[in-house]
Ligand binder design. Structure first.
Ligand code: MN
Ligand code: MN
Length: 451
């Protein structure tokens, strides 16, 4: 037999019409959802439409959201939960630029008002300058009133922007390593320019900052101190777009990991029959910063949800089988040297099955057992799911982790699967429509299986 590592094209295996229709739904989802809170809200909307009720109004088919930043969907199966469940997990958060607690300042020398920021997740900082940014999030006043902010998405909305240095004066900057070209403290975004006259202690003073605060107060009823109790994020103010003249790719902010969120969600909402095992579909927060925090995959939320359906949650989790749905790196046409070809995913060849993640000598890796991988191969073949094996780059080049390791702690079998992307963690990531649809089919085949 000839050894052949090439996989068939997902485009050939799939009904292309369905691929394009599904992709349009996804783009619609992405344009509505740019933060974890917005994701939770939209998941609730779609779950309700599909007949899910908020726990405990239903104990058969329900959703349970957690602090508006994480959510789980549950569908009761035929077998008792203690015998093991189907678990799907994706993450709602994407790399972005958060506002600091005290963000607003005025720079008299440049005659501009800016916001100070703190980036979130593993970004190449230089990618985020000179890029239109939208301001999303909430501000909670001392009296408890929560104000939703979403500026920059409507084409008539203003946007914020982090200005880079002009090339004419950048000879020193250009010699710096890319890590330092844009420093964290230089990721401040322009928020205003027009000053107004204010009287302070009898003296007249011009202030841009005060004018901005006045406008914020008028629109939202907030004062400067309210920005301390806020979750405000700067995200790329771009809509998902078809990439390529053949419209085969999608360029968008947040494929990592909302491509998994959407495909996992659709697979669960499309369940027609009672599944063999109870399905727990998790959508976690904080993956991009190492799954730390109360809304992350490391929090007790997971175990709590299991306790709602299992007599013995420890046993139920131990017996479960799980897919950690997260994106992987696709072969890059311009940087092939960081990849090992036969173990690298290629755009358009289906959802990627990653047996293990981690870095170096499999440090921090969660590795799926051979037996579990074999079972998945069998169900994907039966359901005609286009899939491919893939790992994140050459052994010593780098690496990465997902929520899989945190699920594995419970003793369940877990594997990583997701869409391969280019330009991961950038403001405009690229994914293939065929892979997106393959992901949906894979998660669907998994929870509809008799495993
Ligand atoms: Mn991810
Ligand atoms: Mn990521």
């Amino acid at each position: 037999m000839k050894l052949d590592y090439s996989r068939p094209s997902a485009w050939e295996m799939l009904d292309q019409k369905k691929v394009f229709v599904f992709s349009d739904l996804y783009k619609d989802f992405l344009s509505k959802v740019k933060t974890e809170r917005e994701a939770v809200e939209e998941i609730i909307n779609l779950a309700k439409e599909a007949g899910f009720k908020q726990y405990p109004k239903s104990k058969e088919k329900f959703y349970i959201s957690f602090k508006d930043k994480a959510i789980a969907l549950v569908v009761r199966g035929k077998k008792p939960a203690d015998e093991g469940m189907f678990i799907l997990a994706a993450h709602l958060d994407s790399p972005r630029i958060d506002l600091k607690m005290v963000p607003l300042y005025e720079d008299k020398d440049s005659n501009l008002a800016l916001v100070d920021t703190h980036y979130y997740g593993g970004i190449k900082k230089y990618q985020w300058v000179n890029h239109p940014l939208a301001l999303h999030g909430v501000v909670v006043r001392k009296d408890g009133k929560r104000i939703e902010v979403r500026i920059g998405e409507d084409e008539n909305d203003p946007v914020l922007v982090i200005p880079d240095l002009l090339p004419h004066l950048a000879s020193k900057q250009m010699e710096k390593p890319a890590k330092e070209v844009i420093e964290g403290e230089n990721l401040d975004a322009v928020i205003g320019h027009l000053s107004k006259k204010y009287k302070e202690k009898g003296k007249e003073e011009e202030s841009i900052k005060k004018a901005i605060l006045e406008a914020l107060n008028k629109k939202y009823g907030i004062v400067e101190e309210d920005l301390i109790s806020a979750d405000l994020e700067l995200v790329p103010a771009v809509k998902p777009r078809d990439v390529g003249l053949d419209r085969s790719l999608i360029g968008a902010y947040g494929h990592d990991d909302r491509s998994s969120v959407f495909t996992e969600l659709m697979a669960v909402l499309d369940l027609k029959k009672k599944p063999e095992r109870t399905v727990l579909a998790f959508f976690f927060d904080k993956e991009e910063i190492g799954s730390e925090g109360n809304t992350s995959a490391q929090s007790h939320f997971l175990r709590y949800v299991a306790s709602l359906v299992a007599k013995d949650p420890n046993l139920a989790l131990l017996n479960s089988i799980a897919i950690s749905a997260d994106v992987d790196a696709g072969m890059h046409p311009l940087y092939k040297d960081v990849f090992e070809k036969k173990n690298t995913a290629v755009l358009g060849k289906g959802v990627v099955l990653t047996k293990y993640t981690g870095h170096g000598g499999k440090y921090m890796a969660s590795e799926a057992r051979a037996e579990f991988v074999a079972e998945l191969r069998r169900i994907f073949e039966k359901a005609k799911v286009p899939w491919q094996p893939g790992a994140l780059g050459k052994v010593d080049v780098g690496g990465g982790g997902t929520v899989a390791a945190y699920l594995a702690r419970y003793g369940m079998d877990v594997i990583d699967m997701g869409v391969p992307v280019l330009s991961m963690h950038s403001p405009f990531e690229i994914a293939s429509k065929a892979d997106l649809y393959s992901g949906y089919l894979a998660y669907k085949a998994f929870i509809e299986s008799k495993l």
